[in-house]
Design a protein around this ligand. Structure first.
Ligand SMILES: [Zn+2]
Length: 187
């Protein structure tokens, strides 16, 4: 099950500092979805995202410096079984093409394991899955919500601050929480 600390997302954020600037350096409120929630899809689409972000990053770095921020990604999510990638303004043809190719590829790629997959309707949701992950999902509902203690921790912190935590802040909190837990076990 996907844990709420998303090391693969952190890896992407560090590898693509221009395209994914919102993840490590969120712009001020109102926050963009990418800053609040990170990448809202499963790890099976990571190879598709790498291919896309390689192209976006090099296209963005070819822009004049003062324009690069206009080409940052503000949301990456799964919707109706395929990948959606949003940028705030007008994009270049090259960017548009790269995004269209990625969205197209996601419709044929299992969102869990990257194997070849197809769109299926399960429990009322459209998902792109391989045969074995479709069977697994039909057998049991995947919660994907992570650990109860961790969810409670994030909810408490959010309530204390009276505003949403950014993805980056929640990653830090979860990391500290897990390190403290491991520390207790070792004593
Ligand atoms: Zn699969």
């Amino acid at each position: 099950m996907t844990a709420p600390t998303d090391d693969w997302m952190m890896w992407l954020a560090e590898r693509y500092p221009l395209a994914l600037v919102e993840m490590l350096h969120p712009s001020p409120p109102p926050r963009e979805p990418l800053a609040l929630f990170g990448i809202e899809c499963r790890e099976g689409w990571k190879p598709i995202l790498i291919k896309l972000l390689d192209r976006l990053e090099s296209e963005i770095s070819a822009q004049p410096e003062q324009r690069r921020y206009d080409f940052r990604v503000v949301q990456i999510k799964e919707k109706l079984g395929t990948l959606r990638v949003y940028m705030p303004g007008e994009v270049t043809d090259e960017m548009q093409m790269a995004i269209a190719l990625a969205e197209d590829a996601s419709g044929k790629t299992c969102e869990v394991c990257s194997a070849s997959g197809r769109s299926r309707q399960l429990r009322g949701w459209l998902s792109t899955l391989c045969d074995s992950h479709a069977a697994a999902r039909a057998r049991k509902s995947e919660t994907g919500d992570g650990d109860k203690g961790e969810r409670a921790l994030l909810a408490r912190e959010q309530a204390r601050r009276g505003e949403y935590l950014t993805w980056l802040e929640s990653q830090r909190l979860l990391r500290e929480y897990r390190e403290a837990k491991v520390g207790k076990k070792e004593k």
